[in-house]
Design a protein around this ligand. Structure first.
Ligand code: F6P
Length: 510
C-alpha cells in the first residue's frame, strides 16, 4: 500500500523522456506520427477523450504506462472497490463506488452496497411524502463536499422549467448568502435540508439556525448526516434524517443521500441514471487493461504534466454553459484529495503533488484569462470539455461554441509564428479534449466518476492519501478561537498581527 521506492526510477525515466522531447513541439509530434490523431483516443460510453495534444510520444507513453503498472493501478482499484482501508490515516475504506456499483463480493463492499440501497429506498419515500405537501422550494444547506457536487449536477441538468421542486443551495457562512437565497421564498412553501456528514460544520449549523428561524417551524427540516445523535440534538429526528457513513468522503458523496437535492430537482429516475453512468465508469476503470483505461490514461497524463514537465497549474475549461460549476467541484475533489506533502508512512513526498486546479466556461474565459494562457510565460495544461448535442434550438450559437472550442485547442497546440514578437504565439500548450455525446445524467455520472478515479490513481503513484484533509482543520480551530473576540468577549489572542487587525475591525467609531 505504501509507495515503493522503485517508483522513483519511473519518475526519473519520465523526466528523461521529457528532456528528449524538449525540442519537439506538439505540432511536430502530431505531424511525425500519422496515426496519432486516431490512436491517442479512448471512448467509454458517452465520453470520448482525445490525448493527441499532450506533449508525449509513444515511447514516453510506454514509460507512463510502465509507471501505472509499477504503481499497481489495477490492484489499487481492486483495493478501493473491495473496501480495503485506502484511507489509513483515518482507518477507513473509501467506498463511494459501493454507492452506485456492485463490483465486489468483499463483505465490506457488500454491506456498504446494501446500506446504500436501503438509503435510496428511504430517499425515494421521503421525496414522495414531500410531494404530498404544499412545499415548492427546497433549500439545501451544506458546504464543501456536502454542497459542490449536488450543486454542479443540479445546475448542469436542471430542466428549462422547474419540476415539482425548485432547489436552492446555501453554503457560505456570510449572512448575505442566506439573505439572498431566502429572498423571494415563502416559508410556508419551503423545506430545508441540512447536509453535513459530521453535523458539526460551523457554516452549515449557523445557516441552519437562520433558516430554521425564518421558517418559523421545523416540520420541513430534513437532514443528511452520519451523526444522527447530533442531528437529533439540533432538532431533526431520525425519521427525517437520511444516512451518511464514515466510509464515504465528503467530496465523493454526491452519489449518496447527499444527492437528495439532485433527486428533488431532477427526479429519482434521473438520479438513478446518474448513478448508472458512474457505475459504468467504475466497471471500466476497474476492468479495462491499462492502455485502454481512461482513468489510468487521465491520471498518467496528469503525472506527466506535473512531474515530467513541471507544470504547477491545471485548467479545466467547459465549452458548455451547463458545466460551468465543474471547475469548482473538481477544485475540491482534486485539491482536497491531492494537496498533500507526505507519503502514507509520514515521510516527505519525493515528487511534487497537486497542481493548482482552476478554470471556467468557454467562450467567456477566452475574453478574460486566455491571453495569459496563449502568450504568458507559464504554461497551463487544459482539460477542455464540450458537449456535442445541445439542449437548445440555437444551432448557429452551438456551431460557434464548437468552432471556438476546436480553435482554442488548436491554437494551444500549434501557436503561430510572426515576425512581430507581440503577435507571435509559441503554442506547445498541452490539452486533453473530452467530447460528451449529450449531457444526460448518465454522461454526467461517468464524467465525474472518471475524475474521482483519476485522482485516486494519481494519489497511488505519489504514495499519498487521497481521502483525508487534515489541512483544513487548523483554520477551523483558529476561527472558533477568534469568535469570542469578535463578540467583544475577553479572548487570549497571541498573534500580534491578528490582535492589531481585531482592533481595527472592532473600532467603535465606524
Ligand atoms: O472542507 C473540509 C470539509 O471537511 C470537507 O471535506 C467536507 O466536504 C466539508 O468540510 C463539509 O463537511 P460536513 O459534511 O461534515 O459538514
Amino acid at each position: 500500500m505504501d509507495r515503493t521506492p522503485a517508483l522513483d526510477a519511473h519518475f526519473e525515466t519520465l523526466r528523461a523522456h521529457a528532456a528528449r522531447l524538449r525540442d519537439t513541439p506538439i505540432k511536430r509530434l502530431v505531424a511525425d506520427d500519422a496515426s496519432r490523431a486516431n490512436d491517442f483516443v479512448l471512448r467509454v460510453g458517452p465520453l470520448y477523450a482525445h490525448f493527441a495534444r499532450q506533449r508525449y510520444d509513444r515511447a514516453a507513453l510506454d514509460a507512463l504506462f510502465a509507471l501505472g503498472e509499477a504503481a499497481d493501478f489495477a490492484g489499487a482499484m481492486r483495493a478501493l472497490v473491495d473496501g480495503e482501508h485506502v484511507n489509513p490515516t483515518e482507518g477507513r475504506a473509501a467506498l463511494h463506488t459501493a454507492l452506485r456499483s456492485h463490483l465486489s463480493q468483499a463483505p465490506a463492499a457488500v454491506a456498504a452496497h446494501d446500506e446504500a440501497t436501503a438509503a435510496l429506498a428511504r430517499m425515494r419515500h421521503l421525496i414522495e411524502s414531500l410531494q404530498d405537501t404544499p412545499v415548492t422550494d427546497v433549500v439545501s444547506i451544506g458546504i464543501g463536499g456536502s454542497d459542490l457536487g449536488p450543486r454542479l449536477v443540479v445546475d448542469a441538468l436542471k430542466p428549462p422549467s422547474p419540476g415539482r421542486f425548485r432547489v436552492h443551495f446555501l453554503s457560505n457562512v456570510d449572512g448575505a448568502a442566506a439573505q439572498r437565497v431566502l429572498a423571494g421564498l415563502d416559508p410556508k412553501r419551503t423545506a430545508a435540508i441540512l447536509v453535513s456528514k459530521t453535523f458539526g460544520t460551523q457554516e452549515t449549523l449557523l445557516n441552519g439556525e437562520i433558516v430554521r428561524e425564518w421558517l418559523g417551524h421545523d416540520t420541513h427540516l430534513l437532514a443528511v448526516t452520519s451523526n444522527l445523535a447530533r442531528a437529533a440534538a439540533w432538532g431533526i429526528p431520525e425519521e427525517r434524517t437520511l444516512p451518511m457513513w464514515d466510509w464515504v468522503g465528503g467530496r465523493y458523496s454526491l452519489w449518496s443521500a447527499v444527492g437528495l437535492p439532485i433527486a428533488l430537482a431532477l427526479g429519482m429516475p434521473a438520479f438513478e441514471q446518474l448513478l448508472a453512468g458512474a457505475a459504468e465508469m467504475d466497471a471500466h476503470v476497474l476492468q479495462a487493461p491499462l492502455r485502454e483505461n481512461l482513468g489510468a490514461w487521465h491520471a498518467l497524463t496528469a503525472l506527466w504534466n506535473r512531474n515530467a514537465l513541471g507544470f504547477a497549474s491545471q485548467g479545466v475549461f467547459t465549452y458548455d454553459e451547463r458545466l460551468k460549476l465543474l471547475p469548482a467541484h473538481l477544485q475540491q475533489l482534486v485539491m482536497e484529495s491531492l494537496g498533500k506533502s507526505v507519503h502514507l508512512d509520514g515521510t516527505p513526498v519525493t515528487e511534487s503533488t497537486v497542481p493548482v486546479w482552476w478554470g471556467g466556461a468557454g467562450t467567456d474565459v477566452q475574453h478574460s484569462f486566455f491571453q495569459a494562457l496563449h502568450q504568458g510565460t507559464d504554461i497551463v495544461p487544459g482539460d477542455f470539455v464540450g458537449v456535442v448535442l445541445p439542449d437548445h434550438p440555437h444551432r448557429e450559437s452551438h456551431r460557434a461554441l464548437f468552432a471556438n472550442l476546436l480553435a482554442q485547442t488548436e491554437a494551444f497546440a500549434n501557436g503561430q509564428g510572426s515576425d512581430d514578437p507581440h503577435r507571435s504565439y509559441a503554442g506547445n500548450r498541452p490539452s486533453t479534449l473530452f467530447l460528451v455525446d449529450s449531457l444526460t445524467p448518465r454522461a454526467m455520472g461517468a464524467l465525474v466518476a472518471l475524475y474521482e478515479h483519476s485522482v485516486y490513481l494519481q494519489s497511488r503513484a505519489w504514495g499519498i492519501n487521497a481521502f483525508d484533509q487534515f489541512g483544513v482543520e487548523l483554520g477551523k480551530q483558529l476561527a472558533s478561537g477568534l469568535l469570542p473576540a469578535l463578540r467583544g468577549q475577553a479572548a487570549d489572542i497571541a498573534d500580534p498581527v491578528t490582535r492589531a487587525l481585531l482592533d481595527e475591525i472592532l473600532r467603535d467609531d465606524r
